[in-house]
Design a protein around this ligand. Structure first.
Ligand SMILES: Nc1ncnc2c1ncn2[C@@H]1O[C@H](COP(=O)(O)OP(=O)(O)OP(=O)(O)O)[C@@H](O)[C@H]1O
Ligand SMILES: [Mg+2]
Length: 229
């Protein structure tokens, strides 16, 4: 089972880094050039060059954050649970995934109710589920479509629930496929592996949450995770 989760991470990581590396090259070479320049004149830096150095450092920081988020994601999840802020985890996922969204021409909107209760779950598992679901939403979308990520709370059977969901306006799921998509190795994509949702199902169960979806073929799909607070 652990191998299955790791395999999915590698697949996701492959997808994310392919676009990330593509985008990273330009800012990195700009930083390198500016830093070399600074190095040559470091004893006598005029204000404008100091500004360039500052900008380079900011750009470098940005790249660093991205790389750190990716590295954090590659770490094996332990059984450890954390007090997790759903908005924070969502933001980290959106930062990582923004590159592939931009390359596909898809915009992501975020609607998160402020001050939601913290959840006691494993952050890494939550991140892996969010990344798989957002990634599927982007893959299902057409250029110029939007994807909406939401989080809100509601009361169900007198219990407080926190709902995290991702809605797309893409291809939707055929009625016949609806019962198959959560099983392992079912895919309708030429380059798909059919393991993302299987891993999501397993990890949501491990987090004592529920994974549900609603889809209309040709209109779009919403995947929701329901946590008991
Ligand atoms: N948001 C969505 N819109 C439409 N179809 C979807 C969506 N999410 C999942 N599916 C369907 O469910 C199938 C299984 O998804 P799953 O994430 O398990 O595998 P995959 O995306 O095909 O490959 P990978 O293992 O690389 O994620 C997809 O091939 C697709 O047919
Ligand atoms: Mg997938």
């Amino acid at each position: 089972m652990e191998d299955f989760v790791q395999a999915n991470k590698l697949i996701l990581l492959g997808k994310l880094t392919a676009s990330l590396v593509h985008e990273i090259r330009n800012p990195l070479s700009a930083i390198k050039l500016n830093l070399d320049y600074m190095n040559m004149a470091k004893d006598d830096l005029p204000a404008d060059i100091q500004e360039i150095v500052g900008e380079s450092l900011d750009a470098f920081e940005q790249v660093n954050f991205l790389i750190e988020d990716i590295l954090d994601f590659t770490r094996k999840p332990s059984a450890k649970t954390h007090e997790v802020d759903v908005e924070q985890v969502t933001d980290r996922c959106l930062k990582i995934i923004s590159v592939s969204a931009r390359m596909k021409g898809v915009t992501i909107e975020k609607h998160i109710v402020p001050e939601l209760p913290k959840l006691s779950v494993n952050k890494n598992k939550m991140m892996q589920v969010f990344l798989n679901l957002i990634n599927n939403a982007i893959e299902a979308s057409q250029e110029k479509n939007k994807v909406i990520v939401r989080a809100f709370d509601e009361v169900e059977d007198r219990k407080q629930k926190l709902i995290w969901q991702v809605q797309d306006f893409g291809c939707g799921i055929k009625e016949d496929d609806k019962k198959k998509i959560l099983s392992e190795f079912f895919t309708t994509k030429s380059k798909g592996h059919g393991i993302g949702l299987g891993v999501c199902k397993m990890l949501t169960e491990e987090m004592n949450s529920e994974l549900i979806f609603d889809s209309t073929f040709g209109e779009g799909t919403t995947f929701s995770m329901k946590f008991t607070v």
